[in-house]
Ligand binder design. Structure first.
Ligand code: ADP
Length: 691
């Protein structure tokens, strides 16, 4: 048995002793009337309660039927037994002491007020009892009569009541902890309960709010008529919605309100429970967000209108696979198909059988598309020539400008991330703006110009050849003494004439090359060649043409083979070396290197001068036809602007690349990169071919 219960019993005993004033102890026994045992039995039999009479030693003297039955004994079984048989064993010791004390101070009183008394049946089972004791004088001896009641059901109810009370305390603490305003009002809206949340939200204390009509106190602004809301509450039993309430200081708050109607057993409304959550701040934020959203949409619409009004195709792509973000109307006509936002460029082109080709109708690989170069390499690609082969088969020559953008640009575009817009760009993803310029008309004009150039070059070729031959004969025959001897000035004139015809024939050849290129008739005769020896030979040759320039040749390897058209590559390199000399009019050193890029399996030739350089604003167009930089012309250096154009076309035909870095006034470096031969030919053949 638990110590707790033992303690309880000893408490009970102490309490019983303390309850009895000393004065009463003496008075009680003499004041009691004496009855016989027979009278006692009659009294017990007449009593509706279970009763038992014990003597001063605690033995059962008389017991009625109710008591015997209550404890599971036969009618006479308890007679003479100590009273302790009716108690669980754990109470025996304390009970004996208690009983003895009681006998010395016999007073009518309940036993163990405030404690759970427990009885024990014959079969050992226990049950809650309530015992009230009363002294009685039986045959002139003090006895005690105990009335016993089974209070099991009552105790259970009491415990339940205590539990409920505890729960209510918890609930009300909880309600007061809530930030929400929780109130209870009666059917005519008088406040019955008002938690701390309500006090904090509205500013009225519970005391001030109790009994007030809530909608008058809070100047409630209903979304529908109050009567309609009440009708709904009545029919549905609950209501949810937004209300406007006025706080004590006059400011208005928006609350999200939930209300439930409580009914009694007969269905009559007894109260309304109401929970109001302050959503003023949330509403303000939402309103601000909506305003921003509307503003953004308006900006976007405006931006789209602007873009659509432009005649050139414009689009923005993001990610390494160039997914479309937005495009204007003209873009659809340029592609000849509609490109939907979110779709990758490559997939779109393949799906619609669109090709991007160069002037020779060769497919440009995706990584070389201006769009991809801007996205993948972050390169600003200007005036890149591409031809779009539309689904219909029409070829559209375009100039592409592709500019990488930062996500900051993206935000300033005001394009919201919307579902259904594909995959919106994420931070850190590359973004590029691409503009296509339809150059069909320009191309047509260019075509006519090419036609003219071609005809003119062909027509010039014949008389030039005659002129050159005649000059040659004149010089040769005069030198042999045929005809009159020429004066010095006549010799000089002949030399000038020879130089001029040379220049003219070079120009004519260049012009013819241009037309061949345009017509796709420039065919390469390729063979594996040691580029190191080729460059060396050319450097030596060019060094002989100048005393004011110093060439430095730095090969990193003795042999670097590439499969090239020797004559054409000589033309390219000669052009680069000529330019290095020509555009370093103040003399200077020219450094030529030939190196290898193992990763790329390529050979890279560099020609570096310290000349006039190329102005930054003209660098993007310097490979164009007839393109000459302003500073070259201002310095009075003659040229046609055809050389670099031809060089790049020739290098690209070799599957190579030609580019430069230049600073005006400081010099230029031209880079030529060609793929290395995969199967180097035998050394003997190399020598034979190259030198
Ligand atoms: P050309 O030299 O006949 O004018 P190119 O096509 O070879 O034609 O060169 C085009 C233009 O590029 C030149 O007119 C000049 O303005 C510029 N250029 C080429 N090479 C150099 C260089 N090494 N230094 C400075 N400018 C150069």
């Amino acid at each position: 048995m638990s110590n707790e219960q033992d303690d309880r019993s000893s408490n009970l005993e102490q309490q019983a002793i303390a309850e009895t004033p000393l004065q009463d102890k003496r008075a009680t026994a003499s004041a009691l009337p004496n009855i016989t045992v027979a009278e006692g039995r009659t009294h017990l039999n007449l009593s509706p309660d279970a009763e038992v009479i014990i003597d001063s030693l605690g033995r059962v003297v008389l017991v009625n039927e109710q008591a015997a039955t209550l404890f599971g004994y036969g009618p006479h079984e308890l007679n003479g037994q100590p009273l302790e048989v009716l108690l669980p064993e754990r109470f025996h010791t304390v009970h004996v002491a208690h009983r003895r004390t009681y006998v010395t101070t016999p007073l009518r009183r309940p036993m163990g007020v405030g404690f759970d008394l427990v009885g024990r049946r014959k079969d050992g089972s226990e049950f809650s009892v309530d015992i009230s004791l009363r002294p009685i004088v039986l045959d002139r001896t003090l006895h005690v009569i105990g009335a016993i009641r089974d209070v099991t059901a009552q105790r259970l109810l009491e415990r339940e009541r205590v539990r409920l009370a505890e729960r209510l305390v918890l609930q009300s603490t909880l309600i007061n902890l809530a930030h929400d305003a929780i109130l209870v009002r009666d059917p005519i809206s008088r406040v019955l309960s008002w938690n701390r949340g309500a006090e904090a939200l509205y500013g009225w204390t519970e005391k001030e709010a109790l009994g007030r009509v809530s909608h008058m106190l809070l100047k409630t602004h209903f979304p529908v008529r109050r009567a309609a809301l009440n009708a709904l509450l009545e029919s549905e039993g609950h209501w949810e919605g937004e209300l406007l309430h006025t706080q004590r200081d006059g400011s208005v708050v928006t609350v999200e309100s939930r209300q439930v109607l409580i009914r009694d057993e007969r269905g009559a409304a007894t109260a309304i429970l109401e929970i109001n959550r302050d959503i003023t701040q949330r509403r303000k934020v939402e309103q601000a967000q909506t305003a921003v959203h509307i503003e953004t949409l308006a900006q976007r619409t405006f931006l789209q209108q602007l873009l659509d009004a432009l005649p050139s195709s414009i689009y923005v792509v993001h990610g390494r696979d160039a997914r479309l973000v937005l495009a204007n109307h003209a873009a659809a006509s340029t592609w000849g198909a509609e490109w939907s936002p979110g779709h990758p460029m490559r997939g779109f082109l393949e799906e619609h059988h669109i090709r991007i080709v160069d002037a020779q109708e060769r497919s440009i690989p995706p990584e070389a598309w201006a769009t991809m170069r801007a996205l993948l390499d972050g390169e600003t690609v200007l005036q890149h020539q591409e031809i779009i082969r539309q689904p219909s088969g029409t070829s559209l020559p375009i100039l592409v400008n592709a500019v990488p953008l930062t996500s900051l640009y993206w935000q300033s575009l005001g394009v919201p991330d919307e579902p259904g817009e594909g995959h919106p760009p994420r931070n850190g993803e590359p973004l590029a703006l691409v503009i296509h310029q339809d150059v069909r008309l320009l191309k047509e004009a260019e075509y006519s110009k090419d036609e003219f150039i071609s005809i003119a070059a062909h027509e010039l070729r014949q008389p030039l050849a005659v002129l050159k031959a005649a000059l040659g004969t004149l010089v040769l025959q005069t030198a042999r003494g045929h005809g009159p001897k020429l004066a010095e000035w006549q010799h000089e004139m002949l030399q000038d004439l020879e130089q001029a015809t040379d220049r003219l024939s070079t120009l004519t050849e260049d012009l013819l090359d241009v037309s061949r290129l345009q017509a796709g008739q420039l065919v390469l005769q390729r063979a594996s060649t040691n580029l190191v020896s080729l460059v060396q030979r050319l450097v030596e040759r060019f060094q002989k043409t100048t005393t004011r320039h110093q060439f430095a040749f730095q090969p990193e390897h003795p042999i670097l083979e590439a499969t090239i058209d020797l004559q054409r590559m000589e033309q390219v390199l000669s052009n680069l070396l000529t330019n290095a000399i020509k555009y370093s009019p103040q003399s200077g050193s020219i450094v030529v290197t030939v190196g290898k890029d193992d990763a790329d399996h390529a050979v890279e030739i560099r020609v570096q001068d310290a000349g006039i350089g190329i102005p930054r604003h003209q660098q993007a167009r310097i490979f164009g036809r007839f393109m000459r930089a302003d500073n070259a012309q201002a310095a009075g250096i003659s040229g046609t602007g055809l050389g670099l154009y031809l060089c790049r076309a020739l290098v690209e035909q070799h599957a190579g690349r030609l580019w430069f870095e230049s600073t005006e006034g400081a010099g230029s470096t031209f880079f030529l990169r060609l793929p290395l031969s995969y199967t180097p030919p035998l050394p003997e053949r190399r020598d034979e071919n190259n030198l």
